[in-house]
Design a protein. Structure first.
Length: 108
């Protein structure tokens, strides 16, 4: 894992998402804030409802189609969609097609 600029002041940290393909959920910059996660789901795969209290979340769908369930509302996303939401609610993404998203979870 080659992380350019890791923990060096004033130097940006750079990663390639393709380096994180070994797991469906990969922490892009481990041990740093805001938490940044690459999520890959196969068609039909879903993450059970869960919460991220005290977090604001931004989800950018890189490719594919995703149904994002937030509490009782379903939001249909396609590649290029960006959505921002509060993490203190039931969250359950389900892939309609193979999908890859980048999520940023920022502390409130």
């Amino acid at each position: 894992m080659d992380v350019v600029g890791a923990r060096t002041p004033n130097v940006p940290t750079k990663r390639h998402l393709s380096d994180l393909d070994s797991t469906p959920q990969a922490n892009v910059f481990p041990g740093t804030e805001p938490r940044t996660v690459r999520l890959s789901l196969s068609a039909g795969e879903e993450i059970p409802a869960h919460r991220h209290p005290d977090r604001h979340i931004v989800l950018y769908l890189l490719d594919g189609r995703l149904d994002l369930v937030l509490d009782d509302s379903t939001h249909e996303l396609d590649a290029g969609s960006v959505v921002r939401f509060d993490g203190d609610q039931d969250i359950s993404p389900k892939a309609v097609t193979d999908a890859t998203a980048l999520l940023v979870l920022a502390s409130r």
